[in-house]
Design a protein around this ligand. Structure first.
Ligand code: NI
Length: 185
C-alpha cells in the first residue's frame, strides 16, 4: 500500500519516534509499505514518521546512487531501533533532498563516517560502520527517527532565505508527482 508522505510542517516529523518491540503487529506489512511508498516517490530512503508512524524504523535502497558508489548497488536495508554510536571523519558537503520536501535540494555538511547499531527486519542485531554516500543516506533517515530534518543542518541565514519556500511546501503550493499530505491544508 502506498501511503501519502507527510510534508514539512507536520508535527509527526518533529516527534522523537518510539522503539519497536519484537511483537509489533504487522511489522512486515509496514516495512513493505514503506518500500512501496519510497519507490513510488523515487526516493532512496524513507522513515516511518514520514508516513505518519512515529516509530524508529527506516528503509533504504541505495541503488540509484550505485553509479557514484558501486557498493550501493545491492544496498537494500531495514533499520529498526537504530542508534548512531559514533560519527567520525571530516564533514563534507552533499546535496540532499527529502520526500517530505518536494523539489527542494540543499547542500548539507555531515561527518563522513558513522558506526551504527540496529535490528534488521528479522530482529537480528547488527553493528556496522558506513562511509561516503551510504553513511549520508543512513544519517538523513536516522535523523527522521529523532524528529530532525535536513534543513536543520543549514545555516540560520540559509534557513531564513528558504522561509517562503518551506512555507509553500507545508501548504502544498508545490508541484509533486507522488501522493502527499500537506500539513497546512
Ligand atoms: Ni528525508
Amino acid at each position: 500500500m502506498i501511503y501519502p508522505i507527510l510534508s514539512y510542517g507536520n508535527n509527526v516529523l518533529r516527534a522523537v519516534a518510539k522503539d519497536i518491540g519484537k511483537d509489533y503487529k504487522d511489522l512486515q506489512k509496514l516495512i513493505d509499505d514503506l518500500f512501496e511508498t519510497m519507490y513510488a516517490g523515487n526516493g532512496v530512503g524513507l522513515a516511518a514518521p514520514q508516513i505518519g508512524f512515529s516509530l524508529r524504523l527506516f528503509v533504504i535502497d541505495g541503488n540509484p546512487y550505485s553509479k557514484d558508489e558501486p557498493k550501493l548497488k545491492d544496498f537494500k536495508r531495514v533499520f529498526i531501533n537504530a542508534e548512531i554510536v559514533e560519527e567520525n571523519g571530516k564533514k563534507w558537503l552533499f546535496n540532499e533532498g527529502c520526500l517530505s520536501f518536494p523539489k527542494l535540494r540543499e547542500d548539507v555538511y555531515r561527518p563522513s563516517e558513522i558506526k551504527i547499531s540496529y535490528y534488521d527486519e528479522n530482529f537480528n542485531f547488527h553493528q556496522e560502520c558506513f562511509d561516503g554516500i551510504t553513511a549520508r543516506i543512513v544519517q538523513h533517515e536516522y535523523d527522521h527517527t529523532r524528529g530532525k530534518l535536513f534543513v536543520d543542518h543549514l545555516s540560520p541565514l540559509k534557513r531564513r532565505l528558504l522561509k517562503r519556500k518551506l512555507n509553500d511546501i507545508s501548504k502544498g503550493n508545490v508541484d509533486v508527482d507522488y501522493k502527499m499530505k500537506f500539513s497546512a491544508k
